[in-house]
Design a protein around this ligand. Sequence first.
Ligand code: RIB
Ligand code: CA
Length: 311
Amino acid sequence: MSHRPTVVLDCDPGHDDALAIAVAARHTELLGITTVAGNVPLELTTRNARAVVAVLGLDVPVHRGSERPLVAEPRTAEFIHGASGLDGPALPTELPALASEDAVGFLIDAVRARPGEVWIVATGPLTNVAKALQAAPDLAEAVAGISIMGGGVPFGNVTAAAEFNVLVDPEAADVVFRSGARLVMAGLNVTHQWRVGRPEIERLRATGGRVAGFCADLLSFYGDAYARAFSGVPEGPLHDPCAVLALTHPALFESTPHHVVVELTGAHTRGMTLADLRGVRRAAPPNVEVLTRIDAAAANDLLVATLATYG
Ligand code: RIB
Ligand code: CA
């Protein structure tokens, strides 16, 4: 069973963010895209979001957001995404105009306009989302929920403890996880179950679609980067689309409610999303629906079918 949620996608394109945009545009009412510094600096994540909108032929506004974390020093991930943030395919030079330079204001206005209806899907550092929650204390109640690609239970990727999106801006993640908003978390423990390698990439190319070919070029670069950086195997986890599919195709996932906190001060654990897995009555009440399993084969089938709709 799929749903068609109303969504604002906050992202830092980023190869997997680009796939998340493609999936969100087809399976949600996508009100807008907001950008944040993350995989590459803000100018590039914003340019990349507009480039993906152009490639997909979307009529979706892009709003520029935060260029640095709340407190932490900026951190990027060119070693995975390349200098452009979308290395691999040729990128368009004719880009849609930027809708605004006020991503935070757009997030607040979009949620307030339709109380209880709008989800924020966050696939980058949580700086914009935290600023929106701080500027509008009513937002945690007014938003339908926040679906986050971030964290991991119990492991990270940048460090043994911390995942990139949370580690870039742990203070922002702490604001979000303590906000009281309904939270769904696609952490590395579930996103690493959906790895796309050569067979899946060739399956995309074989469809003959222009957008499928563009995404195959993205995923080929992305998989090779993961091989060099982590596993030696040319396959990349599709982190960000999980945060969209958790809302549009919940049957693809299993999940468990947990109480999750963000570590801010640990010498080795800063940026960790610590879930209380003890299962004891004295534990704090759950604040996050933690995704624990994905049907990766079905998710791949859905991705191929979705990209084929773009021609
Ligand atoms: O750790 C993976 C996350 O960090 C993904 O969202 C990827 O795009 C990067 O932003
Ligand atoms: Ca991302």
